[in-house]
Design a protein around this ligand. Structure first.
Ligand SMILES: Nc1ncnc2c1ncn2[C@@H]1O[C@H](COP(=O)(O)OP(=O)(O)OP(=O)(O)O)[C@@H](O)[C@H]1O
Ligand SMILES: [Mg+2]
Length: 327
């Protein structure tokens, strides 16, 4: 049972078995998670994973098929009006007006969100300054670069001072510089105390920005944790990259070396050995090298990177799902 605005107070978002069907198609499959106040929570997944659908359910833009969700304790199914005051949302498709200037677009949004007339101008100017758009004040939205358009779209979602900001793929299609500028802005917003729910398929973005990450694939959350926890979950900690001449089989490593989690052989015969005990693994490898009189062409020890984590987690669940089309 929940009382309006009273359940549970400490989390910005609580999702309980949140589910979305489009007809018979199960797009989001009974997912549960919590987003704490003031954190950057990442929703990381490949195309079609269910990220946008989740955001749309949490913002009341599409109906929840099954399950429940609470924003700062307010029930989405019953208290959407209260929730709308607390959240801002930036979707991939911007709803700003092409022919209006940056200033007029923000003033219009401020009016739509019910910002009192006497506060609008100051609020809009603060946002233009914060987003580095002061000198573009009178430039039409359609004349802005992609990166600046994205910045204005985020500014527009903040005119009513929301506590929680949903960013759906905020850097998609941007060049490296614009991407970094948006990352910096997200961090600065979070430092001001705004909770961020960020969807992305960019692993580096998620690992760089987020306090905690849920990895979503085919409508299900397949892993959740801090970037460090996720790295540990899949790989122990490290990967050995090895090239030997003549090349050897995967089983030669697997059968003879201790401290190994997994072995994969790349196209150029590089062997990627995921390990949990570097010393044992390196000793074992050197023994094989001596025994078989191999030449070491390359030997490299590195930490598992974000991409390793992502691919390994997704590969793991795909294997479990097998050939079934029904989730
Ligand atoms: N309105 C809709 N009607 C039917 N199916 C839909 C609808 N919207 C999304 N889907 C399907 O639901 C699944 C999840 O889509 P969603 O857009 O939530 O994924 P996503 O993780 O945001 O993907 P992307 O990275 O491509 O944006 C996909 O298979 C998609 O085709
Ligand atoms: Mg999407």
């Amino acid at each position: 049972m929940s009382l309006p605005g009273c359940y549970p107070l400490h989390d910005a978002i609580i999702a309980e078995k949140l589910t979305k069907y489009y007809g018979d198609f199960l797009a989001v499959d009974h997912i549960s998670f919590q987003v704490r106040k003031s954190e950057i929570y990442g929703f990381l997944g490949p195309n079609g994973a269910g990220k946008t659908t989740t955001v749309r359910m949490l913002c009341g833009l599409t109906r929840i098929s099954e399950g429940k969700a609470y924003i700062y304790g307010y029930d989405i199914n019953r208290e959407l009006v209260a929730i709308k005051k607390l959240i801002g949302v930036v979707q991939d498709i911007s709803n700003l007006y092409m022919e209006l200037s940056c200033y007029d677009n923000l003033m219009f949004c401020a009016e739509m969100y019910g910002v009192p007339r006497h506060q609008r101008k100051e609020r809009v100017m603060d946002l233009l300054r914060f987003f580095g758009l002061e000198d573009k004040k009178h430039v039409k939205f359609k004349e802005l670069s992609k990166g600046l358009k994205r910045r204005l779209a985020i500014a527009a979602a903040l005119v009513h001072k929301p506590k929680l900001l949903f960013l759906d793929e905020p850097t998609i299609g941007l060049d490296v510089k614009s991407k970094r500028q948006i990352w910096n802005l997200i961090c600065k917003l979070n430092e001001k105390g705004i909770t961020i729910f960020l969807t992305t398929h960019n692993i580096y973005e998620a690992f760089r920005l987020c306090d905690r990450i849920a990895i979503i694939n085919r409508g299900k959350i397949i892993a959740e944790g801090t970037p460090t926890e996720l790295r540990k979950k899949v790989s122990g900690n490290k990967i050995i990259e090895l090239q030997v001449s003549p090349p050897i089989k995967k089983s030669t490593i697997l059968d003879n070396v201790d401290g190994i989690i997994d072995v994969n052989i790349g196209r150029d015969n590089t062997i990627y050995i995921t390990i949990n005990d570097a010393i044992a693994a390196l000793e074992g490898i050197l023994e094989i090298v001596k025994k078989l009189s191999l030449e070491i062409v390359m030997l490299n020890l590195r930490g598992a990177d974000a991409e390793d984590v992502f691919i390994r987690l997704i590969d793991g669940t795909e294997k479990n799902i097998g050939s079934s089309t029904r989730r």
